[in-house]
Design a protein around this ligand. Structure first.
Ligand SMILES: [Zn+2]
Length: 674
């Protein structure tokens, strides 16, 4: 038992998890003991004989459960970045136990009574702004977890939450299984149109699976280039159907799971007095209510469809030229769009990628962080990490190490798809200073030889996740529960989307976007073309995004999801909204992990666009100042956005940075929808 590293102090540099000592079988017994430890801490707080104070309720709560959180973050990270059948089994077993434990804490009647009493006196306690936020947020989390419920409602609420945790985990695992199981094997005869970088990656993917020839996988960095370049319409259709059919595998069909999840969420919202799950979820975010989200989407939907139609006309012309059928199908769109892009914007990924070597782009993003926030990054080679591809840097500001940053950039079978940021530890000072450990995950296809080259989309993804990473690294709050990026889900994408803008700043490109073989700087015409091309295909992109958003809202605005047939609902909604058939959607419900693999983004796929409104406004401030590194603005950006976490209400924080409330106009313009 003492040999369990999850229960010991970690005497590693920065108390990094001792990855080489941790085995899947350590988790379950460790969690059992850490649940008991955490519960004992809360029991002790509830049993205090002295009167409740901010310090012995809210601040003490912020200091509790740290060892449990440490194990939980580790499990989260490993099951996403370097999973195995054994870890997935742990994840399955632990999902409901973790939810049960959370319920036990957040339904702790004794502790809640003291917290509720303090909250009632909130205004006479002389709290500073951050303390007031902490008290409000903890109290809100208790109420939303059902702490005020009594009797049968209380019991049922706990069951609903626990069942939801189980179902959402299973949903995510089904998608992961569909993604890792499927390959489209290619032989010599199937390669028409595929550029060298894709052949290279497809060869490596086949080798990793001990398959002959080449293999296309359902990882975005494999499937999207395939749909873009393959001139074999039959294979594109096959790949497209596999990609959009995720979640419908007969042995692990996600549709019944989604149905149950929706039904339980509707019940959960009702128990807390909300009309629907959308009302319940959005009340907690910057938008406040579904109506605010609809108001935004209404400004977007029709202009996006109009732009989609004009793009489709261009694609038809292109199809006629190529002798391709005029009935454009979703599996034709990427392919024809690429042809139009080359014809009209002369923009060719194969021409662009040599300028965006991964190494150079990592240097570029570190350079930007240095100029905006005074950060420097020093790579460490002495740390034992969880996979040889992962790299680590000490991050310093004003002569002091403020974070450890991990970069995990390549796709592999043991990693889930997509790109994300997570932490191994939150920043905080309450009860002793803790250094944040932040990880960025990407899924770039690793080059078989030489430097991995990125498309400009990949570069944006890299900068995007780095923006989330900076949010975590720069966090500078007292209470870890308020540490960035702990902020509402429609705000948390502001720091990430904003950072994408610096990937196109001329002086950054001049210095870092250098040809992999010749070292030449990227030509100005090519940059101009990348910028011009940003508007291209925005009708398609916006329609696909908005359609997924509107269906997410519609699913969660139902007040009773009993008996909903997911497939029929999807079809009916697409018809009602007039989603163009050739567009497809970013995510169909059976594999819509954002909304069904957890509840953070449920009734919340809109958050990206909400944050884009904020982001366009924020970068607009630098453009107005005429300097992308304007020191005064950079300082405000640090103070009000990146370091502030949830210690300040978001509308107020944004106003302090920008000097006004955000307006949608800049976002619509930047998408070319005006
Ligand atoms: Zn993001």
């Amino acid at each position: 038992m003492n040999a369990n590293p999850l229960l010991q102090d970690w005497n590693t540099p920065h108390q990094l998890p001792p990855f080489d000592m941790i085995r899947p079988e350590h988790f379950e017994p460790a969690f059992d003991s850490l649940f008991a430890e955490h519960l004992a801490q809360i029991d002790a707080l509830a049993a205090l004989s002295e009167p409740a104070t901010f310090e012995n309720t809210a601040a003490a709560f912020d200091r509790s459960g740290l060892r449990l959180e440490r194990a939980q973050l580790l499990l989260d990270n490993l099951t996403s970045s370097e999973t195995s059948p054994a870890l997935q089994e742990v994840e399955r077993v632990m999902a409901s136990k973790l939810a049960e434990h959370r319920s036990r804490i957040y339904m702790h009647a004794g502790f809640f009574a003291r917290l509720d009493a303090i909250h009632a006196q909130r205004d006479s306690l002389n709290l500073n702004e951050e303390q007031g936020r902490l008290l409000d947020l903890i109290h809100r989390d208790f109420v939303r977890a059902g702490a005020k419920l009594q009797g049968a409602a209380r019991q049922r609420y706990a069951e609903v939450v626990s069942k939801l945790a189980e179902l959402t985990t299973a949903f995510g695992q089904n998608v992961l299984a569909d993604e890792s199981e499927y390959t489209l094997p290619l032989t010599e005869n199937d390669l028409a149109g595929l550029p060298p970088f894709l052949l290279d990656a497809a060869r490596a993917a086949a080798e990793a699976r001990q398959q002959p020839g080449w293999a296309i996988t359902l990882s975005r960095s494999s499937i999207v280039p395939f749909l873009t370049f393959s001139s074999r319409r039959d294979l594109r259709e096959q790949a497209w159907r596999a990609w959009t059919g995720r979640g419908e595998h007969p042995e692990r069909d996600n549709r019944p799971l989604a149905k149950q999840i929706l039904s339980l969420r509707a019940e959960q919202a009702k128990l807390l007095g909300y009309a629907s799950f959308a009302d319940y979820a959005i009340a907690n975010r910057m938008a406040g209510a579904p109506a605010a989200v609809h108001a935004l989407m209404n400004q977007v939907w029709e202009p996006a469809k109009a732009r989609f139609e004009s793009e489709k006309a261009m694609l038809r012309e292109e199809a006629a030229k190529l002798g391709e059928p005029a009935d454009i199908q979703p599996w034709d769109w990427f392919y024809l769009a690429e042809k139009v892009r080359i014809a009209r914007y002369a923009l060719d990924d194969a021409e662009i990628k040599p300028y965006f070597g991964l190494e150079n782009m990592i240097a570029a993003m570190f350079d930007v962080a240095g100029r905006l926030f005074g950060l420097s990054f020093s790579e460490r080679h002495d740390l034992k990490l969880y996979h040889p591809d992962v790299r680590a840097w000490d991050v310093s500001r004003e002569g002091k190490v403020i974070a450890l940053f991990l970069g995990d950039n390549y796709a592999r079978q043991s990693k889930r798809g997509g790109a994300w940021m997570h932490v191994y530890r939150w920043q905080g000072r309450n009860g002793g200073e803790t250094l944040p450990i932040v990880v960025n995950n990407n899924n770039f296809a690793k080059a078989g030889h030489g430097q991995t080259l990125l498309s400009f989309d990949d570069v944006r993804t890299l900068f995007h996740e780095f923006g989330h990473g900076l949010h975590g690294m720069l966090s500078n709050v007292e209470y870890r529960l308020l540490a960035s990026p702990n902020s509402p889900w429609d705000y948390v994408e502001l720091p990430s989307q904003l950072m994408e803008n610096w990937a196109l700043v001329p002086e950054v490109l001049e210095k870092h976007a250098r040809h992999a073989e010749t070292g030449a700087a990227i030509p100005a015409e090519l940059v101009a073309k990348i910028k011009a091309a940003r508007h291209f295909n925005q009708g398609f992109e916006t329609v696909r995004y908005a359609a997924s958003t509107l269906i997410d809202l519609a699913l969660h605005e139902r007040d009773d999801a009993d008996g909903i047939d997911i497939a029929a609902f999807e079809t009916a909604e697409r018809e009602r909204l007039g989603v163009p058939p050739a567009a497809g959607m970013n995510h169909r419900p059976p594999h819509f992990g954002h909304i069904f693999s957890g509840d953070a983004y449920a009734a919340g796929y809109y958050v990206y666009m909400w944050a884009e409104v904020l982001e366009a406004e924020a970068f607009g401030a630098f453009e107005e100042a005429g300097d992308p590194f304007d020191p005064e603005l950079a300082d405000k950006l640090y103070r009000y956005i990146y370091s502030a976490g949830d210690a300040r209400e978001q509308r107020a924080a944004f106003r302090a940075f920008r000097g006004r409330d955000p307006q949608a106009e800049a976002m619509l313009k930047s998408r070319g929808l005006r």
